[in-house]
Design a binder for this molecule. Structure first.
Ligand code: ATP
Ligand code: MG
Ligand code: FE
Length: 336
């Protein structure tokens, strides 16, 4: 069973082919980071234009890598949302055209369901499970009682974790996206600054990172006004410690309350060395299996979309040829 995945929700043009749900036979990602860098973030119009220019090339490269043709595919899985509407539309329209021209079933995938299913390319999932999703636009704890069933038990009330990383990095004059730079810098510093942690109400699995982001910015500006400078590695390490402390503590608490068999890490911030290391340490003593995907499956890719699409296809979920991009799509669309 071959599933072709197409992902264009943000600034990566990606096509992948997955065999039997779990085996990657092609995985091509064209990143646009260089084009957006000088603007300090993703420019939607530029993103759409790049997707138009790159998608056919990336598709051909994926088929070439797999030594397969479109007609060999059993289904085409595409990211329906959430994301930038103009960017999503390029992938959705390409998927519809291929599905129509070759008479292949079309499957619509929620981008975050994709991030979660990246883990199935590492190891078979065991239910019930908990996924910690940390990306550029999302920070949430997702409970899954079975395949294709997603329950968000907590989410950010303001900034996503990746967004906080990128905004703090900007204050430290680092290029976009700042997450990897802060991560690297944090390895060389000590978390000696006392920065806030937003635990929110007792029992809540929600997150909040805007207060932390403001605290970092204020700390930098107050020091400047005193004519002092705080070492960037100290800032990076302290900020990262605060983020990791809240993420890991809440994940561990939910793991116990929901009595899950597995904990999955998902999303671009899953590439964070500090977060990966801390989760491994904390879960070593727990009676639950922790899965952390390799870096290339953490940031946006189409292998994860095809992996999720494989399951939804097997569950009988089909998209019509009038499928539209949905920038505000809810992950519960997959729940039956
Ligand atoms: P979403 O998945 O929510 O729609 P997105 O697709 O734009 O958003 P991803 O590509 O999943 O986001 O992740 C990108 C984010 O991951 C950026 O904010 C980036 O800074 C962050 N990131 C990448 N590597 C690291 C790292 N090592 N440490 C911290 N953050 C990182
Ligand atoms: Mg991206
Ligand atoms: Fe993403």
């Amino acid at each position: 069973l071959y599933i072709l995945g197409i992902e264009t929700s943000c600034d990566e043009t990606a096509v992948a082919i997955i065999k039997n749900g779990r085996e990657i036979v092609a995985n091509v990602v064209a990143s646009q980071i260089e084009s957006h860098k000088r603007f300090g973030g993703v420019v939607p119009e530029i993103a759409s234009r790049h997707h138009v220019e790159q998608l056919t090339i990336v598709l051909e490269e994926a088929l070439h890598q797999a030594k397969l043709e479109i007609s060999d595919m059993d289904a085409i899985a595409v990211t329906e949302g959430p994301g930038l509407v103009g960017a999503l539309l390029i992938g959705v329209n390409a998927a519809k055209a291929l599905a129509f021209a070759h008479n292949i079933p079309l499957v619509a995938v929620h981008h975050i369901a994709g991030h979660i299913y990246a883990n199935r390319l590492v190891k078979e999932m065991k239910f019930p499970l908990l996924a910690l999703v940390v990306s550029g636009g999302h920070t949430e704890l997702v409970y899954m009682k079975e395949h294709g069933h997603f329950e968000v038990i907590g989410e950010t009330r303001d900034d996503a974790a990746g967004e906080a990383y990128d905004k703090v990095a900007r204050v430290l004059n680092m290029p976009y996206p700042g997450g990897p730079h802060i991560d690297r810098l944090a390895q060389t510093g000590e978390p000696t600054l006392n920065l806030p942690r937003a635990w929110l109400e007792e029992g809540s699995y929600d997150f909040s990172f805007s207060g932390l982001k403001s605290a970092v910015i204020n700390t930098v500006h107050n020091a400047e006004q005193r004519g002092e400078k705080i070492a960037p590695e100290t800032l990076a390490a302290s900020f990262q410690e605060s983020v990791i402390d809240v993420l890991v503590t809440k994940t561990l608490k939910a793991t116990k309350e929901y009595n899950v068999k597995q904990v999955l890490l998902a999303g671009g911030v899953a590439a964070n060395k500090g977060l990966r290391t801390r989760l491994e340490q904390v879960f070593e003593d727990e009676d639950v299996e922790l899965i952390i995907p390799p870096l290339y499956l953490c940031t946006d890719n189409a292998a994860m979309i095809a992996a999720a699409g494989s399951i939804f296809f097997e569950k009988g979920q089909r998209a019509e040829l009038n499928l539209n991009a949905n920038p505000g799509l809810d992950i519960s669309i997959h729940n039956i």
